[in-house]
Design a protein around this ligand. Structure first.
Ligand SMILES: [Zn+2]
Ligand SMILES: [Zn+2]
Ligand SMILES: [Zn+2]
Length: 157
């Protein structure tokens, strides 16, 4: 008999940097690349989130917690749509603790001159728009870029 109670989120996560895999208590997954770029909490904190040709250094990483870890870590807080409160890091100045909306504002205010800012803003705008849609529909799903990311570079001045 398979346990139907686990059907909500049976996901075998695998850390890119160390042998950790399975139902990791806490892991980080790239918003843009999806679960092909996943790090366990320890590796992420040690800065092992190595960029690659596809996975750019400014890609926001989403923290994912299993229920046990969440209850231990966020005593008394509620998951929103099955997700823990997110805290993003600014890839340009390493400031921590932004929501996706705050990070979008921060990048506009502080880093509008940065060469990669338009690409990050593109991602953040879509994250924030998708969040509104998810909120309305009560759904969660993978983020999909509206246009092919590889062609975005040629649009820059
Ligand atoms: Zn790891
Ligand atoms: Zn990525
Ligand atoms: Zn910054």
């Amino acid at each position: 008999m398979s346990s139907l109670s686990d059907a909500t989120k049976v996901h075998v996560a695998k850390c890119l940097s160390c042998p950790a895999q399975g139902n990791l208590g806490r892991r980080y997954e790239c918003i843009v690349c999806g679960d092909s770029v996943t790090y366990c909490g320890d590796c992420y904190e040690q800065g092992k989130n190595a960029p690659s040709e596809k996975h750019k250094y400014y890609h926001p990483m989403k923290a994912i917690y299993n229920r046990d870890f969440f209850e231990l870590y966020f005593l008394g807080e509620e998951m929103v749509n099955g997700e823990a409160p997110q805290s993003y890091k600014c890839a340009f100045c390493d400031e921590l603790g932004f929501t996706a909306e705050e990070l979008q504002l921060h990048v506009v205010e502080k880093h509008s001159g940065h060469g990669d800012a338009p690409k990050l803003l593109d991602i953040l705008v879509q994250m924030n728009e998708q969040k509104k849609c998810e909120y309305a529909a009560g759904l969660t799903g993978g983020w999909q870029p509206a246009s092919a990311p590889d062609s975005a570079a040629s649009l820059l001045p």
